[in-house]
Write a new protein. Structure first.
Length: 301
């Protein structure tokens, strides 16, 4: 660019200085107002949708879900208004007819729509997730390869926090199946192995006594008393006994941990062996006699 062209460009920009200042002022005011509307809106939403003792359908988790959804809708609405205002100012600054500008924007929107089908799918799926109340804020779910507590539900994404603290943001369009661990009664399942040499009936009696003890100790979270089903499998070195109990949501893991601990302590007291992997080594002596695990085969120990 030569000096003459640079001077012409400078003069042209200078001639539009008032319009440019007006555009910059409008842009700044719009952004500031948008920021204030979002902040004030968040405060109002937090006060209106405040978790409290609710009755009927609107429990605490439902209130938290509606709160995050309301904030999401507020932000998208503000972003739309800000974008529309900026487009209008650009059209006015360039002297473009607003109708023609909107028509061009509409054509551009159609073109973008074909490339943003996944975005539309995210919004539609998010709408049905909320409509069907598949899960709520604070509940523990598994979807695909991700598990965690639901921290936020928006129209486009769902945000999870897993046990390790990792934060997962999942587009709603990718949620095809959900396992919800926070609703209805859950089942605690504990399987423990005993050696083949042990008396099965004696081991089951010990486990039943432990089950009664656990039922009394955790009566506030156990819906149905633990039931010892008996032998359910034969392993390489053990017989597997299974115990099941119905618990309140999210308490099944706690009950399973306590059952395993109490079973181990009771078996130790009663002398019931919980087997561990073993190896039998067979060797031959110089005189041709065979030994297995230190025991002489076919002769005295």
């Amino acid at each position: 660019m030569n000096m003459e062209s640079l001077l012409l460009l400078t003069e042209k920009i200078y001639s539009y200085k008032e319009d440019l200042f007006k555009f910059a002022g409008t842009l700044i005011v719009t952004v500031v107002l948008a920021f204030m509307v979002i902040k004030i809106g968040d405060i109002i939403i937090n006060r209106i949708l405040k978790p409290r003792e609710q009755k009927f359908y609107f429990d605490e988790r439902r209130i938290l879900t509606l709160r995050t959804l309301a904030k999401s809708i507020l932000r998208y609405s503000v972003y739309f208004v800000v974008g529309f205002t900026i487009f209008g100012q650009i059209a006015q600054l360039t002297g473009t007819d607003l109708k023609g500008f909107l028509a061009g924007a509409g054509i551009l929107g159609v073109a973008l729509g074909f490339g943003a089908q996944s975005l539309v799918r995210d919004f539609i799926t998010g709408f049905f997730i909320l409509l069907e109340n598949q899960y709520a804020v604070g509940e523990y779910i598994t979807t695909g390869a991700f598990s965690g507590f639901v921290e936020e539900i928006e129209l486009r994404v769902t945000k999870l926090r897993d046990w390790g603290g990792e934060y997962h943001v999942i587009p709603n369009g990718q949620i095809t199946a959900v396992t919800n661990f926070s609703r209805y009664s859950m089942r605690a399942v504990v399987e423990i192995g005993i050696a083949y040499e042990e008396d099965i009936d004696r081991a089951i009696d010990v486990m039943k006594r432990v089950a009664v003890e656990i039922a009394r100790e955790f009566e506030d979270i156990i819906v149905e008393e633990p039931e010892v089903l008996g032998v359910v499998a034969f392993g390489p070195s053990e017989m597997v006994l299974r115990t099941v109990a119905k618990t309140k949501p999210m308490e099944q893991w706690r009950v399973e941990r306590e059952l395993r601990k109490k079973f181990k302590e009771a078996f130790d007291r009663e002398g019931i062996e919980i087997p561990y992997p073993r190896q039998v080594i067979i060797a031959s002596s110089s005189d041709g006699k065979r030994f297995a695990g230190g025991t002489l085969k076919g002769g005295a120990e």
